[in-house]
Design a protein around this ligand. Structure first.
Ligand SMILES: Cc1ncc(COP(=O)(O)O)c(C=O)c1O
Length: 355
């Protein structure tokens, strides 16, 4: 959170304007700030990352068919596909960085495939060039779920600039938040325009309703929070980098504990610190999680279960069809990570793991 005074300053403008939502001045100021930060012109703000995904698929004109995606993600990714009347087809993940295994995508393409929806999971960047090559050869759309990747760059280019659309989440738990919020960055101006209409009931003019839209607009209070937090983003990322370095110093080389990879060509936002508990560790992921809990340390089994194994999808998909993802989901534990996490606490957490 920013200092309260900084936020209150933004709120004064809202009180003066007496404009609370529906594309007000804060909305526009935040959108412009993001255009400059992301290095992309076509930024649409939304009420959250989920609606950016859901309406993003709709804005791409995908009304039926199959979408190749990953089950190793937050349920939102899969729900967005299903809620659009599309069918998720799950591709396995790479055991190295947990993003979609590109060598397995083409085997899943059928004459019903319309899009690929990869996730930059934990901020680990997907194999962008290979995915675009497959999409181009098969005439498929690409929508990146970049909910975890805000602020990252790949080969010097802002991560928003890949695929037909990249979406971000500005949820309170993310590296960068606008309380709740999200954005979609579109390659094509017409898609961007359609997304904006879809976020406002499809209303073009007072009497023209041109799309079956939803209400997914970002309000002025969220935009104001986004404006404040954006000013402090670089400092936030730097502090998180220091926390991840402190973890790495203590956990690198520990038998049976696999750390998240450092990817070449990627400027990371240090959003998450997942570890994978391998057999040689001598204790299961669940046992380690319990041991940490007993010390008042709450690591998360993030992402477990696979989305293909969630209660609402039981019997519909076969989680065993993505064996790497299934295995990692049973072994992964995401350690506490936030900017103000001090080195002493990191030391305490690591001591439990080492013991
Ligand atoms: C991978 C992924 N996709 C989508 C979302 C949805 O974002 P939001 O919570 O802003 O709706 C999240 C969020 O939490 C996420 O982790």
């Amino acid at each position: 959170m920013p200092e309260l005074d900084e936020y209150v300053n933004e709120l004064k403008d809202i009180w003066d304007a007496r404009w609370l939502t529906n594309f007000g001045a804060k909305h526009e100021a935040f959108r412009k700030a993001l255009i400059s930060r992301l290095g992309s012109e076509r930024v649409e703000l939304l009420v959250n990352g989920h609606m950016a995904l859901e309406l993003g698929l709709k804005a791409l004109g995908l009304e039926s068919g199959e979408v190749i995606t990953t089950p190793f993600t937050f349920v939102s990714t899969t729900h967005a596909i299903v809620r659009n009347g599309l069918t998720p087809v799950f591709c396995d993940i790479s055991p190295d960085d947990y993003t979609m295994d590109v060598s397995k995508i083409e085997d899943l393409i059928t004459d019903r495939t319309v899009a690929i929806l990869p996730v930059h999971v934990y901020g680990n960047i997907c194999e962008i060039e290979a995915i675009q090559d497959i999409a181009d050869r098969h005439g498929l759309k690409v929508l990146y779920d970049a909910a975890h990747a805000f602020g990252e760059r790949y080969k010097g280019v802002g991560i928003a600039n890949f695929g037909d659309i990249s979406i971000f989440s500005f949820h309170a738990t993310k590296v960068f938040n606008s309380i709740e919020g999200g954005a979609a960055v579109c390659r094509d101006g017409a898609v961007s325009e359609k997304l904006r209409l879809l976020s406002d009931f499809g209303i073009s003019t007072e009497t023209d309703i041109d799309e079956t839209g939803a209400n997914a607009k970002m309000n002025e209070f969220c935009a104001a929070m986004g404006l404040c937090n954006l000013r402090h983003l670089d400092r936030e990322i730097e502090k998180r980098r220091q926390v991840t370095c402190a973890y790495r110093e203590r956990l690198e080389g520990v038998k049976g504990i696999k750390l998240n990879p450092l990817q070449d060509d990627v400027e990371s936002n240090h959003a998450y610190f997942p570890i994978v508990v391998e057999d040689e560790y001598g204790m299961s992921r669940d046992e380690l999680s319990d041991a940490l809990n007993e010390e008042g340390i709450f690591a998360r089994k993030y992402f477990y279960p696979l989305t293909s194994d969630c209660g609402c999808y039981k019997g519909r998909f076969d989680p065993a069809a993505t064996p790497v993802a299934l295995d990692i989901s049973k072994r992964v534990l995401t350690l506490p990570l936030y900017a103000s996490l001090d080195e002493e606490t990191v030391e305490r957490i690591c001591k439990v793991i080492l013991k």
